[in-house]
Design a protein around this ligand. Structure first.
Ligand SMILES: [Zn+2]
Length: 124
């Protein structure tokens, strides 16, 4: 799996999480792009399975990326619902890629989130 394939796979999953509604102010995010334009990222994304070194979890804890709605509520995008084989491929890619670059899982996920964001904002 290449980085481009990993980003494509993550993007496909994330697009499927929309539309999404803020539970506090009821703002509706129709698309991932709108969400990227309006919300502000909080901290680093985190893969709990990767942090625990579980590369083929049968019951994944998952990954999460947090962002703040303009109303101040923290919203989460997660890996919940992603098919296991897809998740395993991504975990395997992350394991090899962090080793190759000599960086942490969180650093890799932050890179991926930034690349994904640029790709989405550059799109139509
Ligand atoms: Zn809100």
């Amino acid at each position: 799996m290449t980085e481009a394939e990993a980003i494509k796979s993550i993007r496909q999953h994330l697009e499927g999480l929309f539309p999404k509604v803020c539970p506090k102010c009821q703002r509706k995010y129709a698309t991932l792009r709108e969400y990227q334009l309006v919300t502000k990222n909080v901290g680093s994304p985190m893969s709990y399975d990767a942090e625990m070194g579980r590369w083929h979890p049968l019951k994944p804890v998952g990954a999460v990326s947090l962002a703040n709605c303009p109303c101040g509520t923290t919203l989460a995008l997660t890996s919940e619902g992603m098919p296991l084989f897809k998740l395993w491929r991504l975990l395997n890619w992350a394991r090899l890629e962090t080793r190759r670059q000599g960086i942490s899982q969180q650093e890799l996920l932050t890179q991926v989130r930034e690349k994904l964001r640029q790709e989405i904002l550059a799109g139509p």
